[in-house]
Design a protein around this ligand. Structure first.
Ligand code: SAM
Length: 250
């Protein structure tokens, strides 16, 4: 049997948010490859080999997956959320581009998933209802100066913004600086949403303003959404609705 490689998104956490085509790929796979907590989300079964690895070895993991597919295995590389959003799909294609020519003709495809910012936005209402951008706040793979430049330009362009990897124990200062830049560019009344562990039983949603936000509201399980100047709140009993209108006056 000829091998294949599917790069699949497991969604934000809830099994109900995994697409049927990802479920089918997992059922047909011989091998699952990915970061330890994501591989742990795949139920073990006879005939399925789980290859869990640390999150700093994306290219090694990608090569391993490509080698196995070339050897005839049916391999699924798993990411949380969507595999094309700050995740494994780009890493696999980097390894493919640098690898042997034979890999280029492999049967390989990307199966989308629900990314964290969309799951979080849906919980809150529709804060990404007009133009928006997504920025990874980790400076592991790019210089911090570039992140600051993108933050300032996104604020100037009045995008709503979604921030992934906002704050880790090893780089707590970056998100503090992010809040300073945004307060300076957008003012203290701008809405900010902290959505932690969306669609899991540890989910926490917090809607506040840049003026009231503190860095400790974010961690590596949080996606942060900052509204545009038009983003607003509908107060009601229970959680408020946050949305950005569909149109901007000419
Ligand atoms: C390396 S990125 C991977 C993003 C993933 N590929 C996606 O599409 O959601 C990891 C970051 O995604 C965000 N994230 C992933 N799952 C989340 C969830 N269930 N709730 C909130 N944020 C989440 C957090 O910002 C986390 O630091």
């Amino acid at each position: 049997m000829s091998g294949w490689l599917k790069i699949a998104g497991l969604g934000p956490g809830d099994e109900a948010l995994i697409t049927p085509e990802v479920t089918q790929a997992l059922a047909e796979a011989t091998d699952i490859v990915g970061y330890i907590p994501y591989v742990a989300r795949v139920a073990p079964r006879d005939g399925l080999v789980l290859h869990a690895s640390d999150n700093r070895v994306e290219i090694d993991r990608s090569r391993h997956a490509l080698e196995m597919a070339a050897a005839g295995r049916r391999v699924v590389v798993v990411s949380s959320g969507d595999p094309g959003v700050f995740a494994m799909a780009a890493a696999v294609f980097e390894a493919l581009e640098a690898g042997p020519d034979a890999w280029r003709n492999l049967d390989i495809c990307v199966l989308p998933g629900i990314t964290a910012m969309l799951a979080a936005a849906a919980r809150a209402g529709a804060p990404l209802g007009h133009d928006f951008c997504a920025i990874n706040l980790s400076d592991n793979l790019k210089p911090w100066a570039l992140i600051e430049k993108r933050l300032r330009l996104a604020a100037e362009a009045d995008f709503a913004m979604a921030f992934y990897n906002p704050r880790s124990k090893s780089r707590p200062e970056g998100f503090t600086r992010t809040l300073e830049i945004l307060r300076d560019a957008c003012g203290p009344d701008r809405l900010i949403l902290f959505a932690r562990a969306v669609s899991t039983d540890q989910e926490i949603l917090r809607v506040t303003t840049l003026g009231a936000a503190v860095p400790e509201m974010a961690d590596m399980r949080t996606v942060v959404i900052v509204g545009s100047s038009l983003t607003r709140v509908i107060e009601r009993d229970g959680a408020p609705i946050v949305y950005t209108p569909r149109s901007v006056a000419g």
